[in-house]
Design a binder for this molecule. Sequence first.
Ligand code: E4P
Length: 275
Amino acid sequence: MKIFIDSAKLDEIEHAYSSGIIDGVTTNPSLIKKAVEDLKKKGQEIDMRQYIESILRTAKGTPVSIEVTEYNYQGMVEQGKSLFRMFNPIANNVCIKIPVNTSFEAEHGREFEGIRAVKTLSAAGIPVNCTLIFTPEQALLAAKAGASFVSPFAGRIDDSIRKESGVIFSKSDYFPAEGIRNGKGMLDDNGIVSGIDLVRQIADIFRKQGIKSEVLAASLRNARQVREAALAGAHIATLPVDVIKELLSNRKTQEGMKSFTADIIPEYADLAKER
Ligand code: E4P
């Protein structure tokens, strides 16, 4: 499973890439807002164009998702093409992120705008990450429209199930992949018992239907969910930098480090100094 960093903060992206195990970057308007607010707090002015170019150079050789800000078909297609034209020459790694459905409410009638934009941009040879996926049906249509990546938002499904059932939680709390039962039975969101269940169902469908789009598990907030996303068949997990660090952390590893370093004898340490 590939690991992407879910961030628009250049310092975090550079730090994560220094590990040598990062396969891509995902951004969204909220992550861009956070990154820019942080820089402004530090008194730094930001040139958005140069900033994005720096992210693309840092991630050279791996895809970077940049989300559109328009929400009608024409606007998304024009913006997607223009972002691609503007930024892809920098490091040949731009992927345009399009919401699967840009309606704010059902009655707004923009149900087909997102999927049409995915289809048009993909057909024009622009890699698309279809985002805000909350059902296997949305994933199926995103893939049918030609999306290179399909992004189920696992953590937000867990949030929604917990909110509906009145469970008090904080964002990074672990939510069991197999779901939670209350007195009335298994809690669910439209037949999905957890965010990881959504990832699993999409990965199963893609495998059974021979679909080539990659399942990009998004909105993962802790290391155990990453393990479960891998078990569920996700091709990619996109993670905040702290979750990437958490993947490597274990108290017993720290204890082992303490005892091994305490036992290093000079005769042994000196071996490494011999050239
Ligand atoms: C993915 O592309 C999104 O940027 C992200 O994973 C959303 O995560 P959140 O639900 O923790 O905001």
